[in-house]
Design a protein around this ligand. Structure first.
Ligand SMILES: [Mg+2]
Length: 246
């Protein structure tokens, strides 16, 4: 792989994807400097579902994909086994799944959204959802089970190894590529993107971001985080101009 200067890590749904016209403008912009930029998609979707979306929305082929909220990393169709081994330490999927069964509100997502390093549920949107999540986390901790819960869009509940999530996965790639903080840009719109903004990187929050990410930005945002005026891919383009000058 030739030495790349920039690392662009973007969420897909409601970030790169959501405004088809803006997505195509982004593609053209990126194509002209494709050899300088390592392009990574970081999504809650499974790898198979990501490939379908790439075809359907005519997205550029990425250099790597962080799938299942950071639970898997792919280079083309090949699973990154070093990352998989890293996540497997101290991860007891069966015990965690059986504990989560005590919560009738948690509806398992379809089998194709599950993988060896991710257990996914849905919650009906409701005011008490965050207290359900708190109680689940307390029970996991109380049982000595190492895991983290990622709650997005007041609906999606992903349980992952403690060492997982989109942010840790992107930092793993950033270190391997030896790309510095100021040349690394992350883009997102919802709660499962927060872990990316928490890394030592630059970040753009698209204008259509969910309330949980905007609340995080109000509380924890720094000069490394840019709140875009444009929605979806238009916001990514804005962020690239703001941080990188192009
Ligand atoms: Mg999203």
């Amino acid at each position: 792989m030739p030495k790349m200067k920039f690392l662009l890590v973007t969420d897909l749904d409601n970030t790169l994807v959501g405004d088809d016209e803006a997505t195509q403008v982004f593609n053209q912009r990126l194509q002209s400097m494709r050899s300088q930029i390592c392009l990574v998609y970081a999504t809650g979707r499974s790898h198979a579902s990501t490939c379908e979306l790439i075809a359907q929305k005519q997205l550029l082929a990425p250099d790597s994909t962080i799938a299942g909220v950071g639970s898997e990393i792919y280079q083309d169709a090949t699973l990154d086994l070093d990352w998989a081994e890293h996540l497997s330490q101290d991860w007891d999927k069966m015990a965690i799944a059986s504990l989560a069964q005590q919560f009738p509100q948690l509806q398992p997502q379809s089998l194709k959204e599950q993988n060896p390093w991710k257990i996914s549920y849905c919650l009906e949107p409701a005011a008490e959802n965050s207290s359900i999540i708190q109680e689940l986390q307390q029970k996991l901790t109380g049982s000595g089970l190492a895991a983290q819960i990622i709650f997005s869009s007041n609906r999606d509940v992903d349980i992952l190894p403690q060492t997982s999530n989109k942010g840790n996965a992107l930092t793993y790639l950033q270190k391997r590529l030896q790309i510095p903080s100021e040349a690394t840009l992350v883009c997102g719109d919802s709660g499962n993107d927060i872990s990316m903004f928490e890394q030592d990187v630059r970040g753009v929050i698209v204008a259509n971001a969910m309330s949980e990410l905007l609340a995080w930005h109000r509380e924890c945002g720094t000069e490394n985080h840019y709140l875009a005026g444009s929605a979806c891919a238009g916001g990514i383009i804005e962020g690239m101009t703001y941080f990188w000058g192009f």
